[in-house]
Design a protein around this ligand. Sequence first.
Ligand code: ARG
Length: 458
Amino acid sequence: MEKPWSGRFKERTDRLVESFTESLSFDRRLYRHDIEGSIAHARMLAKVGLISDEEMRRIVEGLEEIKGEIEEGTFPFSTSFEDIHMNIERRLVEKIGEAGEKLHTGRSRNDQIALDLRLYLRDEIGRILSLLRELEKALLHQAEQNMDAILPGYTHLQRAQPVSLAHHLLAYMDMFRRDEERYRDCLKRVNRMPLGSGALAGSTLPLDRRYVAELLNFPEIVENSMDAVSDRDFCIEFVSTSSILMMHLSRLGEELILWSTEEFGFLELPDAFTTGSSMMPQKKNPDVAELIRGKAGRIYGNLLCLLTIMKALPLTYNRDMQEDKPPLFDTVDTITACLSILPPMLHRARFNRERMKEATERGFLEATDIAEYLVMKGLPFRRAHHVVGSIVSYCLEKGKTFKDLSLKEWRSFSPLFEEDVLSVVDVEGALDRRKVEGGGGREDIRRRIERLKEELGP
Ligand code: ARG
C-alpha cells in the first residue's frame, strides 16, 4: 500500500530512511488515545456536515475494531507507515474504504500528536497521583506507629537535636504533598485541546474546536494554532515536576540506605524488598532504595534531553519533536515503578527504636535546649550559647555526658542553673518541651497526623 503522502514523490523511500524516521516502535503506546481523539474528530466532522452520519458511524466502528486488534495482538503494524497515526489510518482505509479516507479532513499529524500526548499525560498524571497517595499513606502509617520513637535529627550528618521519628517521616510527607500539588497544577496546562490547529494555521473548513474539546472533556482549547502544534512545555513541565519528585524519593532512598547500615542500625528493611550478594553469603543489600536513588539521575537526564530538543526550534512543528517521546515515556515508566515499589517496602520496614534512642544519648543533643533554658532565666542567647559550649568542652575533657553532671558542676558554669536543669537533660522530655508550631513537639505531631488522616482518607 502507498504512503498517504506519496503523491508528490517519484522515488520510493529508502529503507534506511524508513527505519531512521519511524516512531512506531515507541509511539504505539499512544494507540488508545489516538483512537479516542480520532473518534471525537469524526463526530465533529459529522456535526459540521463534512462527513455524513453514516460515514461517521463506519469510522467509529472501524476504529473500535482496530483497538480490539491492537489489544489482541493481531494488528498488522508496519514501520513503512512511520508512526501510530498513519498505521491506524491506513488500517481504517483498508477496512472501510472511502469513509476512512475522510477521517484526516482538517487535521494534521502535528495537531494529532499534540492531542494524543495531552490525552495520554492526563491519564498518566491521574495514575501517578493515586500512587503518590499510597506512598503518603505508607508514611502516615509509619509516623503514627512511631510518634514516640526518638532519634537524633542531623545537620551536616552530625547529631544535632532529638526529634521524633514521626516528625522526620512527616517532613517527607510534606515534600510529597507539594509534589502532588505540582502534578495537579501541571494537569491544568496539559488539559487543553489542540485539535483544529491543522498543520499550523488552522483550516479553511468549518471545524468546531469547542465541540471536540467538549467530547474529550477538555475545559479549554489551546488557542493559538501555531502554539498548539509546536508547544511541548506541558511535557517539560511534567518531567520537571517528576524530577523534583525523584529528588525527594532519592533523599528518602538515601536515608533508608544509611539507616539500614550496621553503623546506624535504625532500620531493618523486609527481606522481600532486599537482595543478596553473589559472593558474600552474609549480605542483605538495600538495592531497591539504591535504584530509586539512581533513577533520579535518569529523570534529570530526561528533563535535560527534552529542554535541549526544544531549545531554539523555530516555529512551528519540526521533526526533532518526535524525539520527545522516549524521554517522556521513560519518565512515566520510571516514576510509576518507583512509586509502586516504595509504599509496600516502607509499610513493612521495621524501625529499631532502641538503637535510635541510644544514638540520642551521645552527642550532647540537649545543648540547644539547655541554652534556651538559660534564655528563659534571663541570659542573652549569645551568652547562653557560650556557657553551654564551655560545658560541652568540659564534658568532653572529663569523658562525661550532660546527665553525669552534678548540680554543683552546672552551677560552676552559671548560677542561673537550678534543680530543674536535670529535667532538661532528659531527651524523652525534649518532645514535650517543643512548643512552637511545626516544631515536632508531641502535640504538634498528634494534630498533624489527625489532619492527614482526614485528608488522605482510609
Ligand atoms: N511521529 C510524529 C511525532 O511524533 C508525528 C507528527 C509527524 N508530523 C510530521 N509532519 N511529520 O512527532
